[in-house]
Design a protein around this ligand. Structure first.
Ligand SMILES: NC(=O)C1=CN([C@@H]2O[C@H](COP(=O)(O)OP(=O)(O)OC[C@H]3O[C@@H](n4cnc5c(N)ncnc54)[C@H](OP(=O)(O)O)[C@@H]3O)[C@@H](O)[C@H]2O)C=CC1
Ligand SMILES: O=C(O)[C@@H]1CCC=N1
Length: 272
């Protein structure tokens, strides 16, 4: 299978580097196109991927197209590629927030029936730790779906969900790495304020958060049960939990998830 990425920015490069590290495809079977050609050439040389000087050149050579550009570019890019896409009929995979399967089909021509898959990965794909959601339209074959699930399982964990849950998924997985990085950075700032070197504090906090995430996944205990196990009576942890709740930590984080969902819905409304 030859897989072509239209767009090689933060997310595509994370997936590409993750796929290459995991040996999912030989780098030369990954085709890339984007806007700034000198930058693209350097990226292709560094990764061993196949450089394409235009989106059309890419579409002409691949079996799977990954749309990895910003949502507002879909209405410019897809109609221009419509004739060649309809001629070759590749599997179309979109990783954009706020662009529905139905919208993609509309941009490719309502009178056609393309195999389209929507994926919401996250940037941790770069180290093989993405959490990705996958949803398909009616024309995707079981073999095509297996290929997409295989690709995103190679760079983390991929699950199939109904498309109507995509906005919520972005709030807890697509955008969530940034929220987790912010939490770790905030812990490190607390340590910095108390006199520890920030770089060392960041590594310590990141390992503590990594272990906590693994504990939730591997212990089968609810987070609140685990929280109680850390809190000694009259100890340090309950003092910290109490301070977090003084500043509404739980509702602040819930509010961040709600804001993410709302923004995804706004982007979707603009695209429709
Ligand atoms: N960042 C993230 O963590 C996540 C992002 N996403 C989704 O991924 C998509 C890409 O996001 P992200 O990688 O962050 O964005 P970036 O801005 O980092 O990358 C966008 C890419 O699109 C390329 N591009 C722009 N115009 C064209 C064009 N006309 N033809 C071909 N390529 C073009 C750019 O090229 P050039 O570099 O040459 O300028 C760039 O490589 C978005 O739709 C986003 O919703 C989904 C999950 C997580
Ligand atoms: O911020 C964004 O819109 C993209 C989608 C999910 C993560 N980054």
């Amino acid at each position: 299978m030859k897989v072509g990425f239209i767009g090689t920015g933060n997310m595509a490069s994370a997936i590409i580097k993750g796929m290459i590290t995991k040996g999912f495809l030989p780098p030369s079977d990954i085709y890339v196109s984007s806007l700034q050609l000198p930058k693209l050439k350097k990226f292709a040389e560094e990764t061993g991927t196949t450089f394409c000087s235009s989106n059309a050149e890419l579409v002409a050579q691949v079996d799977v197209i990954i749309l990895a550009v910003k949502p507002n570019l879909f209405q410019e890019i897809l109609p221009a590629l419509q004739p060649i896409i309809q001629d070759r009929n590749p599997l179309i995979v979109s990783i954009a927030a706020g662009v529905s399967l139905e919208k993609i089909q509309r941009l490719l021509g309502d009178n056609h029936t393309n195999s389209i898959v929507r994926v919401m990965p996250n940037v941790n794909a770069m180290i093989g730790e993405s959490m990705s959601a996958v949803s398909k339209n009616d024309y995707v074959t079981p073999a095509q779906m297996d290929f997409v699930l295989g690709m995103f399982n190679a760079v983390g964990l991929a699950i199939e969900i109904e498309e109507r849950y995509f906005s919520i998924f972005i709030g807890i997985a697509g955008s969530a790495p940034a929220y987790a990085y912010l939490f770790i950075d905030s812990l490190a700032r607390g340590a910095l304020k108390a006199g520890m070197n920030k770089e060392q504090a960041t590594r310590i906090a990141a390992q503590a958060v990594l272990g906590s995430a693994k504990m939730i996944l591997e212990s089968n205990e609810a987070p609140w049960v685990l929280i109680d196990k850390v809190c000694s009576p009259g100890g340090t942890t309950i003092a910290g939990i109490s301070a977090l709740e003084d500043r509404n930590f739980i509702s602040t984080v819930m509010h961040a998830v709600e804001a993410t969902i709302q923004r995804d819905e706004e982007i979707a409304a603009k695209q429709s």
